[in-house]
Ligand binder design. Structure first.
Ligand code: S3P
Length: 434
């Protein structure tokens, strides 16, 4: 999708000031297309994230016969019902999107047709066994490279039977893949995870009228349930807001109001971590929109201190560690991150990528560990040239690191930013005082 390298230079800022909003939540946008397509009736989605990952999901459902209109204001999905998808006449390309490929593997396993899912060079390296293995226990027939563990995945739809599944990892993609397969399975499917991952699927299943049982970290779905479409207003993505939070906290004299941010408790680990580091972040006007908690975030620059991060907060902040690493690199003292092995199998190995890149721009001592890292904070960063590794969040985190630095940071390729945060650099320019 992004063939030409697109380098970007970000210069230090004197402060960040103003009020702004961030684009819609990526996870919720994916689910609104998927569940909207499987529902009866129409689903009208506002503040849909028009990013490459979500376009990949949209294209896949269009290829299976779902009419999806976008008038620039709202995306309207004309649901075809649980059994209304058609066999696609070509391979479905999930691009860079792990959520698209893993959730769709579950959804396609129980269809009455054949389909093939693939993705870009990064996605084709990411582990798929975490979904193909439990799905096989439900009766799914999925073939793929590496003995069914890597994309492309070829799915011969089959009859599924519900299972109880004890997941070894806290993963919303695994949970959601099995919940979608569970809709097509005989009997009940229950998924138990070690700690609770984001629960957007559970909320949207219920919002669309499905009956779910949740207890602790277990969710149970009964097969054959019809969904009813509805209107969804997607909250701003807290994972995108995280870059602005870290930017405002680390550049002295900053104050930003970030409006309309999703503050689902399974996603707010980043706020808890930054507050524990001494960050001044206030949640204002908390409300609920389309079944999801939303608030405005007021953030002011703060003197941050290093802390220990591990345990249950990690899955609640899993996509925000590139940004959190930048905060830690500029905090007083040592930050120890553990229990974050999952970072090694994201769009890139985010532990290795952040450690290498932060060293390139003058960070203090960084020790990589198997499941995290140990960082010594420094007063300010020196700038330099870094590599995004084709990972949107690495590109944005390092650009934010430039704002509080002494010299510009050049990121070698930022085309990947369009994956989740179109308009990121324009927004930064809008609020940066230089
Ligand atoms: C997501 C779940 C998380 C997250 C990803 C989006 C989702 O992945 O990192 O960006 O929408 O379900 P895992 O399920 O692999 O933790």
């Amino acid at each position: 999708m992004h063939e030409q390298l697109q380098p970007m230079t970000t210069t230090p800022a004197r402060a960040l000031r103003g009020a702004l909003s961030v684009p819609g939540d990526k996870s919720i946008s994916h689910r609104s297309i998927m569940l909207g397509s499987l529902a009866n009736g129409t689903t009208r989605i506002t503040n849909f994230l028009r990013g490459d990952d979500n376009y990949a999901t949209m294209a896949a459902f269009r290829a299976m016969g779902v009419a999806i209109d976008d008038d620039g204001q709202a995306v309207t999905v004309h649901g075809v019902g649980l059994h209304g998808l058609h066999e696609p006449d070509n391979v479905l390309d999930c691009g860079n999107s792990g959520t698209t490929i893993r959730l769709m593997t579950g959804l396609l396993a129980g269809q009455h047709f054949f389909s093939v899912l693939t993705g870009d060079q990064y996605l084709r390296k990411r582990p798929m066994k975490r979904v193909t293995e439990p799905l096989a226990h439900m009766g799914a027939r999925i073939a793929g490279r590496g003995n069914g563990t890597l994309a492309p995945l070829a799915i011969s739809g089959s009859l599924l039977a519900g299972i109880p599944y004890l997941s070894p990892i806290a993963s919303a993609q695994v949970k959601s893949a099995l919940m979608l397969a569970g809709l097509y399975a005989e009997g009940v499917t229950s998924i138990t995870e070690p700690t609770l991952s984001r629960d957007h699927s559970e909320r949207m299943f219920r919002y669309f009228g499905a009956n779910l049982e949740t207890s602790g970290t277990t969710v149970t779905v009964r097969g054959g349930q019809e969904l009813q479409g509805g209107d969804i207003c997607v909250p701003g993505d807290i994972s995108s807001a995280a870059f602005l939070l870290v930017a405002a906290l680390t550049v002295p004299g900053s104050e930003l109001l970030i409006r309309n941010v999703g503050v689902n408790p399974t996603r707010t680990g980043v706020i808890d971590i930054l507050q524990a580091m001494g960050g001044d972040i206030l949640l204002q006007d908390q409300r609920e929109v389309s079944g999801e908690p939303v608030a405005d975030l007021l953030v002011r620059s703060s003197r941050l201190k290093g802390i220990e991060i591990g345990g249950d907060v990690v899955p609640r902040a899993i996509d925000e560690f590139p940004a959190i690493c930048v905060a830690a690199a500029l905090a007083e003292g040592t930050t120890i991150l553990r229990d974050a092995r999952e970072l090694r199998v994201k769009e890139t190995d985010r532990i290795a990528a952040m450690a290498a890149n932060l060293r390139m721009i003058g960070a203090g001592l960084i020790e990589e560990t198997e499941d995290g890292m140990i960082l010594q904070g420094v007063e300010s960063l020196s700038g330099g040239t870094v590599t995004s590794f084709g990972d949107h969040r690495i590109a944005m985190a390092l650009s934010v690191a430039a704002l509080a630095g002494r010299a510009p940071v050049v990121v070698d390729d930022v085309s990947c930013v369009a994956t989740s945060f179109p308009g990121f650099f324009e927004l930064l320019a809008q609020v940066a005082v230089r």
